[in-house]
Design a protein around this ligand. Structure first.
Ligand code: HEM
Length: 197
């Protein structure tokens, strides 16, 4: 299933990479904050849908350990946000594709896979912002040393949950829709523009 997902979303990954501007040598703390604000606007509704769809249903998924909104909020607070300003951040209206467990697993594949590329971004941000007061990069750090094991656990839970090849198209559709929502939302958020804070 993981191989199919990777193959079927390769062009989506390439497009998603292009809207992420965090590897730019010109990245400012404000540009970084703007990016995290946009991610928050997507992850908050998507994680809420994933919780509603998947919580308690897939053994071994370790869903409670995977939520990124608390990490995004930790980073955003370090960059000047508080409860009130976090509550005002614009949010994506939600993904219609998360209609069933296979689609939700496809969406979770996208969020979990992003922690892998996130390690590369983390190394860049750490170097780029050395000595600057921009927080501890909790979102990109994700599970720290456990990024590899958490990815492996996700793959195993996915395979157990979807042993039927017949379900693959629905999982792939969920992943593709999530990639597309990510790309459109980040593009719309103009992550190069100054932060609203
Ligand atoms: C500049 C931005 C990005 C870079 C440089 C990047 C880089 C990477 C790299 C190097 C991997 C492979 C890691 C490994 O195999 O150990 C990876 C995997 C992955 N990334 Fe990204 N990524 C970026 C953005 C994103 C975004 C924004 C998303 C989701 C919205 C995403 C989703 C994924 C997924 C799902 C995988 C797993 C692919 C698989 O099935 O093996 N990536 N990324």
């Amino acid at each position: 299933m993981l191989q199919t997902l990777k193959a079927e979303t390769r062009p989506h990954h390439e497009r998603a990479e292009r809207v992420v501007r965090l590897l730019s040598p010109d990245l400012t703390p404000s540009g970084y904050r703007r990016h995290l604000e946009a991610l928050h606007g997507l992850y908050a509704p998507v994680e809420a849908s994933l919780a509603a769809c998947l919580e308690g249903r897939i053994p071994g998924l370790r869903l409670a350990e995977r939520w990124k909104v608390p990490l995004l909020e930790e980073d955003l607070r370090a960059l000047g946000h508080d409860d009130a300003s976090l509550a005002c951040l614009p949010r994506h209206p939600g993904l219609p594709c998360l209609s069933g467990v296979p689609e939700a697993l496809g969406a979770l594949y996208v969020l979990e896979g992003a922690t892998l590329g996130g390690q590369l971004i983390l190394r860049h941000l750490t170097r780029h912002f050395a000595g600057a007061a921009v927080g501890g990069f909790a979102f990109f750090r994700a599970y720290g040393e456990a990024v590899g094991p958490m990815w492996k656990a996700f793959g195993e839970a996915l395979t157990r949950a979807c042993p039927e090849p017949a379900l693959a198209p629905r999982v792939v559709r969920g992943a593709q829709d999530t990639f597309e929502a990510f790309e459109a939302w980040l593009r719309e958020a103009h992550v190069d523009a100054p932060s609203r804070l």
